[in-house]
Design a protein around this ligand. Structure first.
Ligand code: ZN
Length: 42
């Protein structure tokens, strides 16, 4: 998670709320960020 809390996400979990800090996490957003980072590296 953004706060550093390790959370195991199930393949079916598209959305998740961190039990530690309560921040909302979205797989689609995360994927977009990864793609964005990859683009920067390339
Ligand atoms: Zn958190």
């Amino acid at each position: 998670m953004v706060c550093g809390t390790k959370v195991e996400l199930k393949p079916s979990d598209r959305e998740f709320t961190c039990p530690s800090c309560g921040s909302w996490f979205n797989r689609d957003v995360a994927s977009a960020l990864v793609i964005k980072d990859s683009a920067l590296v390339i």
